[in-house]
Design a protein around this ligand. Structure first.
Ligand SMILES: [Zn+2]
Length: 328
C-alpha cells in the first residue's frame, strides 16, 4: 500500500519488512513523487498487519482551551489530569452522546465486533472514574541478564532483545505483546493489549532459556512426539545452541506470513490459556522458536497452533519523565 502526503512527514507505523519476502518487498520506503512542480512525499509500507491507530485525545496549544476527546467531527471537551508522582494521565469525558456518536467510530463498529466491545468498555471507563493511561517503559538491551550475553557483551543470536511484538490470536486478531527478561532463566511475553480470554497485563508466553530443544525433522513433523519430549535443563549457555532447520508439524496450519526455514534456537516454554472472562486460567506447554531478533514463533502444542510474533519497529515517543512504575 502506498500513501501520499501533502508535503507532510508521518512516522511509519509498525511495519514488518523482515517478513516481506514478496518480490515488491524491495520497494518499501520513502519516495518523492514527481507530480509536476508540486511534488509529493510517498511512503510504501507493508500493511499486512499494521497497527490500528486511533487518536484518543488532543491537547490544544492554547492553554485557555480544553483538551479534546476524539479530535475530529465529533470532538468534544474532556479533562486530563497528570499525576506528577506516578506519571499517570487520567482522561475524563463529560459528553457521552457526542462520544458515542463519533462517525468514524461507527464505521469501525460495523467492521469489527471486538472493536465495538472495546469501545463500550472504553466509554464506561472514560465516563466513570476516568480512564487511566499508565506509563509504559520499554526495556532495552541493557536489561538482558549479563550471564546470557556473549563474552564481548554482545547479544547472542539465540535470544532476542526485549521490546514490543505483535502476535496473531485467531478471532481476537492481532495483539501487542511486550517481551522482557524476568531473569537469566526466563523471558516473558506480557499482553499490552489483551482479549476476553486472557486479559491485558497477563503473561501470554514464558520462554524457558535453560531448556533448549532440537528435535529432528521427523520429530518436528509429529505433534504427539513434540508433546512427549521431556524437557532437559542445560547450563551450557544459550550461545552453545546450534542453528537448526524448522518444520511446522503436519497437524498445524502454516502461517500465511512467510518465515525462515531455519531458526537460531528453540526452547521449551509455557503459554497461558483461559475461558472467556479469564475463567480457569492455566499454562499449557509450548515450544518457542527464535528465527532472528525480530521474529519468533510459538508452537501451542495442545492447541495444534503455530503462531508468529514480529517486532513492532515503529519508533515511539519515549516518556519524558521517568517517574512511577511501568504498567508492565
Ligand atoms: Zn469523550
Amino acid at each position: 500500500m502506498a500513501k501520499e502526503y501533502g508535503g507532510e512527514l508521518e512516522a511509519a507505523r509498525g511495519s514488518r519488512e523482515d517478513t516481506v519476502l514478496h518480490e515488491y518487498g524491495l520497494m518499501l520506503g520513502l519516495y518523492q513523487s514527481q507530480i509536476g512542480r508540486l511534488g509529493g512525499l510517498l511512503e510504501i509500507r507493508d500493511v499486512s498487519a499494521p497497527l490500528t491507530e486511533c487518536v484518543f485525545f488532543s491537547v490544544p496549544g492554547d492553554r485557555f482551551l480544553l483538551p479534546e476527546c476524539f479530535p475530529g467531527p465529533n470532538a468534544h471537551p474532556c479533562s486530563l489530569t497528570f499525576d506528577k508522582w506516578q506519571g499517570i494521565v487520567t482522561q475524563l469525558c463529560f459528553y457521552s452522546l457526542k462520544h458515542t456518536n463519533d462517525s468514524s467510530d461507527l464505521d469501525l463498529i460495523h467492521l469489527n465486533p471486538n472493536l465495538k466491545r472495546l469501545r463500550l468498555i472504553f466509554l464506561n471507563e472514560v465516563m466513570g472514574r476516568g480512564l487511566e493511561h499508565k506509563p509504559l517503559f520499554i526495556p532495552t538491551a541493557s536489561s538482558i541478564p549479563k550471564s546470557l550475553l556473549n563474552k564481548d557483551g554482545s547479544v547472542p543470536k539465540q535470544i532476542i532483545t526485549p521490546g514490543l511484538f505483535q502476535g496473531y490470536y485467531g478471532s481476537h486478531g492481532h495483539e501487542i505483546i511486550l517481551f522482557k527478561y524476568k531473569d537469566e532463566n526466563e523471558m516473558c511475553g506480557y499482553k499490552v493489549t489483551g482479549d476476553v480470554n486472557v486479559y491485558a497485563n497477563k503473561v501470554t508466553v514464558k520462554i524457558q532459556l535453560k531448556y533448549p530443544v532440537a528435535p529432528s525433522k521427523a520429530d518436528q513433523k509429529c505433534l504427539e512426539t513434540l508433546k512427549n519430549m521431556e524437557p532437559a535443563r542445560t547450563d551450557a549457555g544459550v550461545h552453545k545452541i546450534l542453528e537448526q532447520p524448522f518444520y511446522v508439524p503436519a497437524e498445524c496450519f502454516e502461517p500465511t506470513t512467510p518465515f525462515p526455514a531455519r531458526c537460531t534456537a528453540r526452547y521449551h516454554g509455557f503459554g497461558q490459556v483461559a475461558s472467556e472472562w479469564y475463567q480457569n486460567p492455566s499454562f499449557t506447554p509450548v515450544q518457542v522458536v527464535i528465527f532472528n531478533n525480530d521474529l519468533l514463533g510459538v508452537l501451542w502444542l495442545e492447541m495444534s497452533l503455530f503462531r508468529l510474533y514480529s517486532r513492532i519497529k515503529k519508533k515511539f515517543t519515549s516518556n519524558t519523565l521517568k517517574i512511577g512504575t511501568s504498567a508492565l
